[in-house]
Design a protein around this ligand. Structure first.
Ligand code: FEC
Length: 310
């Protein structure tokens, strides 16, 4: 008999239209509506990015479809459901869809490789509460930041862009690789959160596999709140590198797995504009999106968890 296993695939979520940006932003701000100025600023960022206004929705759809196809080559029948943090279908909607389909056991996974109590932890908390209320036995993948295939695919992406630098006349050793991820409030460090260490571990492993000596880690996309966020921010890092006469920079946003606002605006528009001003050449590694190797990483960690389900 084949066992039916639900998989709740969780992602950040993006608005459905420009009219929906206010509701989305209000959700991110835990029910507090943004000011007219804040709303305009975010709407303008969405309008500025290439690849469609809200590419994260299509990218997540494709990732979930590809994962479902990849998972269903074994004994267990896996059924994937989307659960988004700040947009429809919300995490709770995904769990309810499982209930309607008669799912009694499931695995939850977030499309983000690194664990923080303020990021992946909050997805898991919401999914767990809903699953318990609905009587679904659900286990979670917390992180997969050192999966060998993930390190391998990201190392190959770094190497491919270093080759591109070389083809246009730069010396490979002169390129500074900047690994980055979404910043979080500094207070996570006092809480003993593993986020920063996991990101450094991934960066170190990729650098070592790609044979890169000249690298550093920096933060990006810090929230617009009064409390201090983890730094240095990538824009400050670029200014410092320019002061040290670094001319070539490769951005590797390893905390993200999709093309979306934080990559297409914060890096490709904002950081790129600063790099031109500083007379620097800045390239970025391609996002994983639904790369078959990334799907293989996800299916491997989901299957391993499913085998441990009691
Ligand atoms: O393309 C899109 O439409 C969505 C892009 C997007 C992704 C994303 C990922 C992460 N965030 C994380 C943490 C925070 C914290 C806050 C926060 C705020 C925003 C705002 C927008 C936004 N985030 Fe985001 N994030 C994306 C977009 N994020 C828009 C609101 C305006 C702004 O500050 O720019 C602060 C609010 C709060 O306290 O919740 C914290 C983390 C990730 C990476 C892991 C993940 O994907 O979940 C961490 C994609």
């Amino acid at each position: 008999m084949t066992t039916k296993m639900g998989v709740l695939v969780m992602s950040y979520g993006t608005p459905e239209s420009l009219e929906d940006v206010e509701a989305y932003y209000t959700h991110i701000r835990r029910g507090n509506a943004p000011s007219a100025e804040q709303l305009k600023e975010l709407t303008d960022r969405y309008k500025a990015i290439v690849g469609g206004v809200f590419p994260l929705r299509e990218n997540t759809d494709r990732q979930v479809e590809a994962l479902q196809a990849k998972l269903n080559s074994g004994q267990i029948q896996y059924v994937c459901y989307q659960g988004l943090k700040h947009a429809r279908p919300f995490i709770e909607d995904g769990v309810e869809a499982m209930v309607r389909d008669g799912i009694t056991q499931a695995i939850g996974i977030v499309l983000a490789p690194h664990y923080s109590v303020m990021s992946v932890g909050t997805y898991i908390k919401r999914a767990k509460e809903k699953a318990e209320a609905c009587g679904i036995n659900m286990e979670f993948v917390e992180s997969y930041h050192m999966h060998p295939e993930l390190i391998d695919v990201l190392s190959r992406r770094v190497t491919a862009k270093l080759d591109e630098f070389e083809e246009t006349g730069a010396v490979r050793e002169d390129v500074r690789v900047l690994f980055s991820a979404h910043s979080l409030p500094e207070r996570i460090l006092a809480m003993g959160d593993p986020y920063r260490d996991q990101l450094l571990e991934t960066s170190q492993a990729i650098a070592s596999q790609a044979g890169v000596d000249s690298w550093q880690f920096t933060w990006q996309s810090a929230g617009r709140t009064a409390e201090p966020w983890l730094g240095p921010d990538i824009l400050d890092t670029l200014r410092e590198l320019a002061d040290s006469q670094v001319k070539y920079v490769l951005s590797a946003p390893i905390g993200f797995v999709s093309d979306h606002l934080e990559v297409l605006y914060d890096l490709d528009i904002e950081a790129q504009a600063l790099a031109s001003e500083l007379d620097m050449r800045l390239l970025r590694i391609d996002s994983l999106n639904s790369d078959p190797v990334y799907m293989s990483v996800l299916s491997d960690v989901v299957r391993t968890k499913a085998n441990q389900l009691k």
